[in-house]
Design a binder for this molecule. Structure first.
Ligand code: MG
Length: 259
């Protein structure tokens, strides 16, 4: 059963997601060689708590931090710690909050210092994949259209589309139905209705889609050690396409126009 949210609920989801956007803006300004991922996480937690929200990831199945920060070959679920960022790396930051009973969730990958051309292209393609997937989150489409939109951008470039982690419905819980694969799983899936709210989150690898999980039981890293990117927005299904709830006023990820 996929929830259809009232405009009042969508307003609350937007408020929750705007706290997430505020965190991303603050962390982007701090991403630089030498900073540790734990330092970024501490700032995120401060902002979330001072916004009268709770960090949704902290304690989730025992996750120990307020954000997931995944560096370069790390795909998702990186635990903030004493890893120092280096110039040339991709830094993927995922933030979730609970606010007045509603959840916000968004992720973005930033370049640290100067990155090479293949990493830059990966960031642009993953952002474009999110943008196209958001357009596909239109009332009357089917769920399959979202995964197909990601594939259309990423498969021609030979990138690995991560299959074992997927997007999800979001509302009064962080993870609600449906699961939203970033590929065409061969099933149309449910028809999309205006007012459904989804966290859409392509995770795209420069090389193989295969991954392994580190001994910390959380961090997913690419099997070939090549970099990965992750962009996510919480989006409400509307006529004509998705409306982004987690959009930043400073940064416009997920809103890339096809060139
Ligand atoms: Mg998510």
């Amino acid at each position: 059963m996929i929830s259809v949210r009232s405009e009042r609920e969508i307003d609350l989801l937007r408020e929750a997601n705007q706290i997430v956007a505020k965190v991303h803006d603050a962390l982007q300004a701090m991403v630089a060689p030498g900073i540790t991922t734990a330092e970024l996480d501490a700032v995120a937690e401060d902002i979330i708590l001072s916004s009268d929200a709770k960090p949704a990831f902290k304690g989730y199945h025992g996750f120990p931090a307020s954000t997931c920060i995944s560096v370069d070959e790390e795909i998702v679920h990186g635990i903030p710690g004493n890893r120092k960022l280096q110039s040339g790396e991709i830094v993927s930051i995922d933030v979730g909050v609970a606010y007045r009973g509603y959840y916000g969730d968004a992720a973005v990958s930033w370049p640290c210092g100067e990155i090479d051309a293949e990493r830059q292209a990966l960031l642009e393609a993953t952002d474009m994949a999110l943008s196209e997937a958001i357009k596909a989150a239109a009332a009357g489409n089917v769920l399959q259209d979202i995964g197909r939109a990601v594939e259309l951008v990423c498969l021609p470039k030979g990138y690995g589309i991560v299959r074992d982690f997927v997007g999800h419905g979001i509302g009064t819980a962080m993870h609600e139905e449906p699961q939203i694969p970033n590929y065409d799983d061969g099933r149309k899936g449910p028809r999309l209705k205006a007012g459904m709210v989804f966290a859409i989150e392509p995770m795209i690898n420069l090389g193989t889609e295969k991954f392994r999980v580190l001994e910390d039981d959380w961090t997913a890293v690419t099997l070939d050690g090549k970099p990965s990117a992750h962009f996510e927005h919480s989006v409400v299904v509307r006529e004509g396409g998705g409306e982004i709830l987690s959009g930043s006023k400073v940064h416009s990820w997920g809103q890339r126009k096809a060139s």
